[in-house]
Design a protein around this ligand. Sequence first.
Ligand SMILES: Nc1nc2c([nH]c(=O)n2[C@H]2C[C@H](O)[C@@H](COP(=O)(O)OP(=O)(O)OP(=O)(O)O)O2)c(=O)[nH]1
Length: 225
Amino acid sequence: MTQPVVDVAVGVLIREDGRMLLGSRPQGKPYAGYWEFPGGKMEPGETVHDALKRELDEELGITLRRSVPWFVTEHRYEHAHVRLHFRRSKDFTGEPVAKEGQEFGYFSASERTPGLLLPVDLAIVARAELPDVFEERADQTVLSTAALRATVVRDRDARYVGARAETFDDVMKARAMDFDFVIVPKAAFEECVRGGEALLPVYVEGVPAAELDRWQEAGAHGVKP
Ligand SMILES: Nc1nc2c([nH]c(=O)n2[C@H]2C[C@H](O)[C@@H](COP(=O)(O)OP(=O)(O)OP(=O)(O)O)O2)c(=O)[nH]1
C-alpha cells in the first residue's frame, strides 16, 4: 500500500557552545520516549521555516528568528512515510520549557541522550558538527567525482565521508551511498541544490568565507574557499 508523504519541519538549533537541542518524543506518539530534533508536521501552505517556528513555540516556548535550509531526506516508518526538511539555526531566543511533558537538553554529537535517538537521526546528529567553512580533517575522507561515479566500497573508518559532485545525479549517488556531504563547484550549485533544498550537506567550492551567509540562505551547508 502506498502511503501519502507527510512533510515534517525539523530544526537543528545550535547553541553558542556548539551543542544542539534534542528532546524526547511525548507519550502517545509513535516512537514515544525516543529522542529527536525538535519539529513536527507542516500544515498546508506553511513554509518550512514557519512550520518550525510554530512547532518550537508550541512544544518548547522558543522563538525562532532565522533559520537556513540544510537538507531533505525521506524515511518510511510503519506509521508514516515522512519527508524531513531539516533547517539549522543559531538565531533563536528563550529557554526551552517542556510544554508536552517531554525531556530535552543541549548535547554535542559525542554525548549520549538519556534515551535512544530515532535511528534516522543518528547520522544527522554527527553531521550537525560539520564545520561551516570546509577544512581538511584527519577523521574525514573525500572521494573524487570519478571515484563517486565508479563502484566504490566506501571507507567507513572515517567519521565523515564526502565526495566531489558535479551534477544532481552525482548528489543522488552520494546520498544513495549514505555519504555525509558533497562539495560542488559554484557553477553546478543550482543543479545540485534544487529549489534551495539539498539531499545532503553541500559545500560550495571557490567561495570566500565572507559570503557564507548568502550561500547558506540558498541551501548550502557551507563554503570551501
Ligand atoms: N520532530 C521530529 N520528527 C522526526 C525526526 N526524525 C524523524 O524521523 N521524525 C519523524 C517522526 C514522525 O513520524 C514525524 C514527525 O511527526 P510528529 O508526530 O512528531 O509531529 P507533530 O508534533 O506535528 O504531531 P501531531 O501530534 O501533530 O500529529 O517525523 C526528528 O528529528 N524530529
